[in-house]
Ligand binder design. Structure first.
Ligand code: 7PM
Length: 245
């Protein structure tokens, strides 16, 4: 995607009510080609800079590389989204020094092979243990829990059944003491459950976002901001105390 197109898309998201806008320069798609830190920076820095100058919302940098984290925060990013949960060499130290909130995501395996028959005895329990370990590692490095967000990583080394179990059990991730973020938007679990191609997953994505909020998610990472904001606001009008009951 060109920087101009990425900027236009992000501005639209901000206008439609996004509280954070996530910018990434490397695909996490199974089988995607890895890119160098330099290539990633060339892609994201102009976008981060332009957005930081034009919108009041924090710009999130979606990266696992410490060099990219540092350069993006210098360019104005105010949030780090790491699908590797700061396990890359140097990433934990970089995030600690940079003093911005971080999202720690669970992934089983690596993007290239993660969908080759993932197995769990207890997916919710195993994801919870992983997130607790990463949260402890961050807190030991000096990042306060108030600056950490945890994410079960829907679709990252999980079958449809695993993803459904995770959504049903999402409340079990709340006791960790960090806010919960989820990304369900347009994901292949919708394709698998309903037999829909990616361009026809809007309604199911909005439904899943509301279900996640209902189960305690504090941040939802979505593509279709306007429709999702409308649906979540309606949920909040019905449950102003913030949960079912
Ligand atoms: C291909 C495969 C295209 C996967 C796009 C994706 C998440 C994320 C992504 C998530 C956090 C997508 C994903 N998903 N970061 N980045 N949580 N924190 O559907 O669930 O956007 S990429």
């Amino acid at each position: 995607m060109s920087p101009e197109k990425a900027i236009a898309q992000a501005l639209r998201m901000a206008e439609e009510g996004a509280d954070i806008v996530d910018v990434g320069g490397e695909s996490t798609r199974p089988g995607a080609r890895p890119v160098s830190a330099q290539e990633e920076m060339d892609r994201v820095l102009p976008v981060v800079e332009a957005l930081h100058a034009r919108i009041p919302q924090p710009v999130s940098i979606d990266t696992s590389k410490p060099e990219v984290m540092r350069a993006a925060v210098a360019a104005g990013a105010g949030f780090i989204n790491d699908v590797q949960a700061l396990r890359t060499d140097g990433a934990l130290a970089a995030a600690t020094e940079l003093n911005v909130p971080v999202c720690l995501m669970h992934m089983r395996g690596e993007p290239r092979t993660m969908q080759d028959k993932p197995e769990y005895a207890d997916v919710v329990g195993e994801v919870r243990v992983f997130l607790k370990e990463r949260l402890d590692a961050c807190m030991n490095a000096g990042i306060p829990a108030s600056r950490i967000v945890v994410d079960p990583g829907f679709g990252f080394g999980k079958t449809l059944e695993h993803n459904i179990e995770l959504l049903r059990g999402l409340k079990k991730l709340q006791g960790l003491g960090a806010a919960v973020l989820v990304g369900l938007s347009r994901k292949s679990m919708i394709g698998k459950a309903l037999g829909l191609p990616v361009e026809q997953r809007l309604h199911a994505s909005v439904a899943l976002a509301v279900m996640a909020v209902q189960q305690g998610a504090r941040i939802v990472r979505v593509h279709d901001v306007g429709p999702t904001v409308e649906a979540v606001r309606m949920w909040e009008a019905v449950y102003p105390w913030g949960r079912l009951g």
